[in-house]
Design a protein around this ligand. Structure first.
Ligand SMILES: [Fe+2]
Length: 405
């Protein structure tokens, strides 16, 4: 074997890839905020304390960790499934694209699609001390220009927003239908329209003719995940897209948006929603297409070596405290004894951690027998919180971290 060929083989083996295997790394909902837009602002930290658990005050560290993780994994491509920025700030997009381009220039292709926070946002703000001010957002054209090297909208066909596809190899193609739509200054909904369908049919037919497997990527969900997630997370027209994929034997769509790690299945097709990179436990996923055609999706957490010391524990603590402080006023207002309040808060925090991290299994009897859960039913049996937790507990007990198709 020639020396160069031997070196290539050694590199592949070091990165954990088998010859002929394809691996795509996926991360979603980075919600990156350029550090110059928040550094040193106590108002920003207070804003996050009432938020949904995002650790945006560590945007720089989390982005560097994602790049380090990609360098360690050395996938055939890294795909980011939308909500790239905190709230669509132009500066955040520019800084993020600069960082992602360094990875691309190191030989790891990176592809992005927009989410509902990325384009024409009416919430782009900068924080200074105890003040905030509006900052520029971006149009769809500006988004495409900033990420020109990280997407291929020119090949997508008119009418399907920023949709595009990437023939990654003769065996594997990636297709990115951009289903986000603007509504009142912010992209809120995901809608799969006739233009998407015509475009996707062309791409899937071409892939069939080439004998290539296709993975699709959307920000909004393709298949209902849970009953509570259907209103804003599931794209409108999802049945049409699913029908189109199933007609061509597409096995896997990768989405995000919920911030919850979850896999939904419909026949031979699945929608794997990867948890938010910006929220504990900072999920990313690896999709592997093996030589024998086996397709595997596996959700992971970052290597601790790529994050500051103690980050994982601090992040879990932050996520827990956000859940607890959100629920505490509701329990206090009802005059519930303090010891019972603490048991209920501990339960809801544990429940939320399991849901968001994708480790919740409804078949586990421990959930329904938990003393904290019994107290929730005793004091707040008719509340939306109990309804939500009940719905999750009624889900089928399938694996939300790993899928083999
Ligand atoms: Fe989103």
């Amino acid at each position: 074997m020639k020396r160069t060929a031997l070196l290539v083989l050694l590199c592949l083996l070091c990165a954990g890839a088998a010859l002929g295997e394809h691996r795509v790394m996926v991360a979603s909902d980075l919600h990156y905020l350029a550090p110059e837009l928040y550094e040193g602002s106590e108002l920003f930290i207070r804003t996050l304390c009432t938020g949904d658990g995002k650790l945006t005050q560590y945007s720089g560290e989390l982005l560097d960790a994602l790049l380090a993780q990609a360098r360690a994994v050395r996938p055939d491509a890294l795909v980011l499934t939308g909500d790239l920025t905190f709230n669509g700030e132009r500066v955040s997009h520019i800084r993020l694209a600069e960082k992602l381009n360094t990875l691309r220039l190191e030989g790891i292709p990176v592809y992005v699609i927009p989410g509902n926070h990325d384009i024409e946002s009416n919430a782009a703000r900068a924080f200074h001390g105890s003040q905030w001010s509006w900052t520029d957002a971006v149009t769809a054209e500006e988004f495409a220009a900033i990420y020109a090297e990280l997407m291929r909208p020119a090949e997508g066909g008119a009418g399907a927003n920023l949709s595009y596809h990437v023939p990654l190899s003769s065996e594997l193609w990636l297709a990115m239908p951009d289903v986000t739509v603007w509504h009142g200054g912010a992209q809120v909904y995901g809608v799969y329209m006739a233009d998407h369908d015509a475009w996707l049919e062309q791409v899937l037919s071409a892939a069939d003719a080439a004998g290539a497997e296709v993975l699709t990527f959307t920000h909004h969900n393709l298949i209902p995940h849970t009953r509570f997630s259907q209103d804003t997370y599931l794209m409108f027209g999802h049945e049409d897209m699913l029908r189109r994929l199933q007609a061509h034997g597409v096995r896997l769509n990768l989405s995000g948006h919920m911030h919850i790690q979850h896999i939904a299945r419909d026949g031979g097709t699945a929608d794997a929603a990867t948890g938010a990179w910006s929220v504990w436990p900072h999920r990313f996923a690896l999709v592997t297409l093996a030589d024998d055609g086996t397709l595997t999706y596996e959700a992971r957490t970052p290597d601790e070596a790529f994050l500051p010391e103690g980050f994982a524990a601090m992040s879990e603590e932050w996520f827990t405290s956000i859940t607890v402080e959100k629920n505490r006023p509701m329990l206090a207002d009802r005059g519930i004894p303090e010891a019972d309040q603490e048991a209920m808060l501990a339960f809801s925090a544990r429940f939320n951690r399991a849901c968001f991290s994708g480790t919740f299994r409804s078949g586990d009897p421990g959930w329904r027998e938990d003393a904290g859960w019994l107290l929730w039913q005793k004091y707040l049996g008719e509340s939306a919180s109990v309804l939500y937790m009940n719905q999750v507990m009624e889900e089928s007990p399938e694996d939300n971290l790993r899928l083999v198709q």
